[in-house]
Design a protein around this ligand. Structure first.
Ligand code: ADP
Ligand code: MG
Length: 243
């Protein structure tokens, strides 16, 4: 964790250990990706669990894993993005006016160029809230998923709204509420430290209540911790994450 900004796999809570392991295998390059028609990673789950943050982080982690600068003996979960960051990711926020013609063109055009800026030799495409694309646009998207050079990172709150052919071309990663509230304690402690407060400033029973109320949303959980931290005389943290 860099301040309270999640910047490595260990900073996130995953609902399913096997799915986290798939990510680790890809990031440690023990498992080829894309492979056998799977060229995407689809992160799904409830609001505020870190899906968009993770989707934008993954291309950076893939760059590091291909750069040869990370010592995997230190654990792939601790690996961070390249520093300075050179990762060229195309981010599409779905919904609004995003037309399938424009993203299809971007994807196919990049596929014809030399991958000069990418250590992995791949182009990275992040589609945030991909369920907001029309069915027609999702169908166009799915036909670009076979292009060899492309890697896709999708997020959605509504898995059933995603074209099954896209789902089938992806590794699925679920991010929902942790059954055990203590999974969120390290994030609270990190924020309290950032505010100049001790980890014990907020009682575990209180943190447990916040975690329960937040129903998996890091936004809600961290805001509760922030408000209580401020009431206890903590300083306003400077990081962008909480504003
Ligand atoms: N594991 C985490 N640790 C700390 N902050 C987090 C974590 N996951 C998410 N956040 C913060 O919570 C907010 C919501 O995250 P976001 O990625 O937008 O969630 P989602 O896309 O699932 O709705 C962001 O401000 C983000 O920095
Ligand atoms: Mg999001």
């Amino acid at each position: 964790m860099n301040g309270i900004t999640p910047d490595r796999i260990d900073d996130f809570y995953f609902s399913n250990t096997a799915e986290r392991q798939t990510l680790e295998l890809i990031l440690s390059r023990k498992m080829p990706f894309p492979f056998a028609g799977k060229s995407g990673i689809l992160i799904h789950g409830t609001w505020g669990t870190g899906k968009s943050t993770l989707a934008e982080l993954l291309p950076e982690l893939i760059e590091t894993s291909h750069s040869g600068t990370w010592n995997f003996a230190n654990g792939v979960g601790q690996m961070t993005g390249p520093n300075p960051n050179h990762t060229q990711t195309q981010l599409f926020r779905c919904g609004g006016g995003l037309s399938s013609t424009s993203f299809t063109q971007t994807i196919t055009n990049l596929n014809m160029l030399n991958p000069l800026y990418s250590m992995s030799g791949h182009d990275y495409f992040v589609f945030d809230e991909v369920d907001r694309l029309t069915l027609g646009a999702q169908q166009s998207l799915r036909s670009t998923m076979g292009l060899k050079r492309s890697m896709f990172f999708f997020t959605t709150n509504y898995l059933p709204k995603i074209d099954p052919a896209i789902v089938n071309r992806c590794h699925l990663i679920e991010m929902n509420q942790a059954p055990n509230a203590t999974a969120y304690f390290p994030m609270a402690h990190s924020l309290l430290a950032q505010m100049g407060l001790a980890a014990s400033a907020i009682a575990p029973s209180m943190l447990q209540t916040y975690a329960k109320n937040a129903k998996g949303s890091m936004r809600d959980f961290l805001n509760d911790v922030l408000l209580e931290g401020l009431a206890l005389g903590g300083q306003m943290p400077t990081t962008k994450t909480v504003v």
